[in-house]
Ligand binder design. Structure first.
Ligand code: PLP
Length: 417
């Protein structure tokens, strides 16, 4: 019996055959808008499947039609992405926000309630609170430490428990690395599901990439990614993905066809290249992050480090979630500098190797100031409650030499007056 290969062994070849393209070892960019049908019968059959007019027959594949519906670069990319999370299917998009907005629009209707963890990525926060609400969708949010039981009571009190249609989680939360228990929210979704209506559980898994956390295994129905981050990993593209069962992804792809926000063939091709080194990159990033966190934990100018690797049994539920849900501490570290905004800025301005920029998950290390940059749009009271203060700096750890990174951090901390 053949041993099942690991995803990193399959990223160079899975789903592509050189004989399709003159023996080319790499999948070319299929820079084409449309595809020629062998005959009219094929064209008819492909459209029937694409528009869901009939069920797929055993072994029948959807043929190539038009690059808004399907394209080889995107299909091969989608097939490779499913391997990491062991998902049945995947849909790729031209941005993480396109993946998130399309998925939420597919599974929510006017009158429905969405329950969301907080904080979430600023773009998701804006889309849910400012745009979905324009279409009559109601929003309830919760913070780390608020348990599903308490939220159920809150929904009942508001008369909305039977309106819940989707739970949206982001864990670890950006920038605090707070963890949310996916299994506990799966149980809540199940309790409020009926024979007529499923309550879906969607998890934005961007922070832990496809390597370090597998939400489907903990009961999530849908995984969302900004592929701009770890999956792309080189700060040279914007893309997104949604993964789940064949049935759910068929619905997501249906709406994607009509919103027209699929990834382009070139973006798909760049991501195929990125996936070949995904494991190698993320392994180095996680190892570097562990070393940097150790250094920060001991530094006198640092007040507090927010990093899953710092959790101990004394942290109770947070520690248990870390042990059960995360396969690594990840590559994102936030920390409070002793002092105020000017001290955090002095540190950021003094960095030489680490660059001052938002975004995350790329080969180069980045640093930013959440309170005045990525999270400036969050209500100030809420920001305070979530410990996103002026003292906080967020680091996205890259693949550079760990001693060089630590030396840079050390010299920049030394420049704080
Ligand atoms: C960046 C990011 C997004 C948005 O993705 P884009 O590719 O920028 O559209 C969504 N969620 C998280 C957690 C992110 O970091």
């Amino acid at each position: 019996m053949k041993k099942k290969l690991k995803p990193e062994s399959l990223m160079m070849s899975y789903g592509y055959r050189p004989e399709w393209s003159e023996g080319s070892i790499k999948c070319p960019i299929f820079q084409t808008s449309t595809f020629v049908f062998k005959n009219a019968e094929d064209g008819k059959a492909f459209f029937e499947l694409a528009y869901g007019l009939r069920e797929q027959e055993e072994g029948e594949e959807l043929g190539l039609i038009y690059s808004r519906i399907n394209n080889p670069d995107l299909e091969i990319l989608e097939n490779r992405l499913t391997l990491w999370d062991e998902a049945e299917d995947c849909a790729v998009f031209e941005s993480g926000m396109a993946a998130i907005s399309t998925t939420l629009m597919e599974f929510l209707q006017p009158g429905d309630l969405i329950l969301m963890s907080s904080p979430v990525y600023g773009g998701s926060d804006h889309f849910i609170k400012k745009i979905l609400t324009k279409f009559g969708i109601r929003v309830m949010e919760f913070h780390v430490g608020q348990e599903p039981e308490e939220l159920l009571e809150r929904m009942k009190a508001a008369g909305l428990a039977d309106k819940l249609a989707l739970i949206f989680l982001e864990t670890p939360a950006n920038p605090t690395n707070d963890l949310v228990d996916i299994e506990a929210f799966k149980q809540l979704a199940d309790r409020l599901s009926t024979s007529e209506k499923n309550v879906y559980l969607a998890v934005d898994n961007t922070y832990m990439g496809p390597l370090w956390q597998h939400p489907l295994k903990h009961g999530a129905d849908l995984i969302l990614y900004s592929a701009t981050k770890y999956i792309g990993g080189h700060s040279d593209l914007i893309a997104g993905a949604c993964l789940g069962s064949k049935e759910l992804i068929k619905r997501v792809k249906g709406l994607r066809t009509f919103l027209g926000n699929m990834a382009s063939p070139y973006t798909g091709w760049l991501l195929l290249r990125s996936l070949e080194t995904l494991k190698a990159r993320m392994d180095i990033q996680a190892a570097n992050a562990d070393k940097i966190a150790d250094f920060l934990n001991e530094h006198p100018a640092v007040e507090k480090v927010y990093f899953p690797g710092n959790l101990t049994e004394e942290d109770g539920h947070q520690y248990q979630i870390r042990q059960r849900q995360c396969l690594s501490n990840g590559g994102m570290i936030s920390f409070d500098i002793k002092g105020a905004e000017k001290d955090a800025f002095a540190f950021l301005n003094a960095l030489e190797l680490i660059q001052l920029a938002v975004s995350l998950g790329s080969t180069e290390s980045l640093a930013e100031h959440p309170a005045t940059m990525t999270h400036v749009d969050v209500d100030p009271d809420l920001r305070k409650k979530l410990s996103i203060t002026e003292k906080m700096v967020r680091l996205s750890v890259g693949v550079e030499n760990s001693d060089d990174l630590i030396d840079d951090i050390a010299q920049a901390l030394g420049r704080i007056k």
